[in-house]
Design a protein. Structure first.
Length: 253
C-alpha cells in the first residue's frame, strides 16, 4: 500500500472534495483544501486541525492557481497527490436555450481549471519522482443523455486528458487516474438547477444514489494501491442506474 503524505484537493467545500479531505486526514495524510467559499473552507480547516491548510482559490484563474501552488508552506508544498474535483453542471436545457456564460463556466471550470492545477502540480511531482493525479470525471463522459451536451463533453475531455497524460508521463513514477461516478447526491443537481431544491431532490427520488463518502472511498482506494499499480479509469454507479437504450424518433406515417 502507498500512503500519500500531502493531497491537494480542489472543490473541497462540499461533496466529493469535502468527503475526500476527511477520509485522507483520518488516515494520517495532510491536505490542502481549495475552494471559493471562504466560510466553508474555514469551517473545514477548523474541523480538520493542523492536518489541513485552506486555500481560497478559483481554479478558472490561471494566475491565481500558479500563485496558490507557489505560496504553499512546508510541509504542504510537497504534494504527492492532486485531486482535481472542482467541477459543475449548469442547466439541463437544449444547447440553444442555455445562456452562453453558463456554457463557458462549465468549460472554464471542468476543463481549464483541471489543466491549470495539473500543470502547477506536476513540476514538483516530477522533481520528487512521486505523485498521483486523480481527475474526477463522470459517466456522462461516456454515456450521453439529453441536456448534457457541454457537461458531458467536458467529462469526456477529463477521461481522454487523463489517458493522454499517462502516456506523457511514461517512465516517471507518477500515476494518473480518472474516477467517473454516476448519480451521486451532492450539491451537483442543486447547482445545475440554480438552487431549486425541489427540482434537485427529484433527481434522486425512488433510488439510493452514490454518496460523497462512496466516491471518497473509491478515490482513497485508488490512491493507496501499491506503487507499481496504476488504475487508469474507474467507473461507479448506483445499483439502480444503468445505460439507456439507444433513442429512436419515428415520424408519423
Amino acid at each position: 500500500m502507498l500512503l500519500p503524505h500531502c493531497i491537494f484537493i480542489t472543490g473541497a467545500t462540499s461533496g466529493f472534495g469535502e468527503a475526500c479531505a476527511r477520509r485522507a486526514v483520518r488516515e494520517g495524510a495532510k491536505v490542502v483544501i481549495a475552494g471559493r467559499r471562504q466560510e466553508r473552507l474555514h469551517a473545514l480547516e477548523q474541523e480538520l486541525g493542523d492536518a489541513a491548510l485552506a486555500v481560497r482559490l478559483d481554479v478558472r484563474d490561471p494566475e491565481a492557481v500558479r500563485r496558490a501552488f507557489d505560496a504553499l508552506p512546508s510541509p504542504f508544498d510537497a504534494i504527492d497527490a492532486l485531486v482535481n474535483n472542482a467541477g459543475l453542471a449548469l442547466n439541463l436545457a437544449p444547447l440553444q436555450d442555455v445562456p452562453p456564460e453558463e456554457l463557458e463556466t462549465m468549460v472554464d471550470t471542468n476543463i481549464k481549471g483541471m489543466i491549470y492545477c495539473t500543470r502547477a502540480a506536476l513540476p514538483g511531482m516530477i522533481a520528487r519522482n512521486r505523485g498521483h493525479i486523480v481527475n474526477i470525471g463522470s459517466t456522462a463522459g461516456s454515456y450521453p443523455y439529453p441536456g448534457a451536451h457541454v457537461y458531458g463533453g467536458t467529462k469526456a475531455f477529463v477521461k481522454q486528458f487523463s489517458l493522454n497524460l499517462r502516456a506523457d508521463l511514461l517512465g516517471k513514477r507518477i500515476r494518473v487516474t480518472a474516477v467517473e461516478p454516476g448519480m451521486a447526491e451532492t450539491e451537483f443537481s442543486l447547482t445545475r438547477f440554480h438552487g431549486d431544491r425541489a427540482q434537485a431532490a427529484a433527481v434522486y427520488d425512488g433510488l439510493t444514489p452514490l454518496s460523497p463518502s462512496d466516491v471518497a472511498e473509491t478515490i482513497w482506494w485508488v490512491l493507496t494501491r501499491p506503487p507499481h499499480v496504476n488504475v487508469n479509469r474507474i467507473e461507479l454507479m448506483p445499483v439502480m442506474q444503468a445505460f439507456s437504450a439507444l433513442a429512436v424518433h419515428r415520424e408519423p406515417a
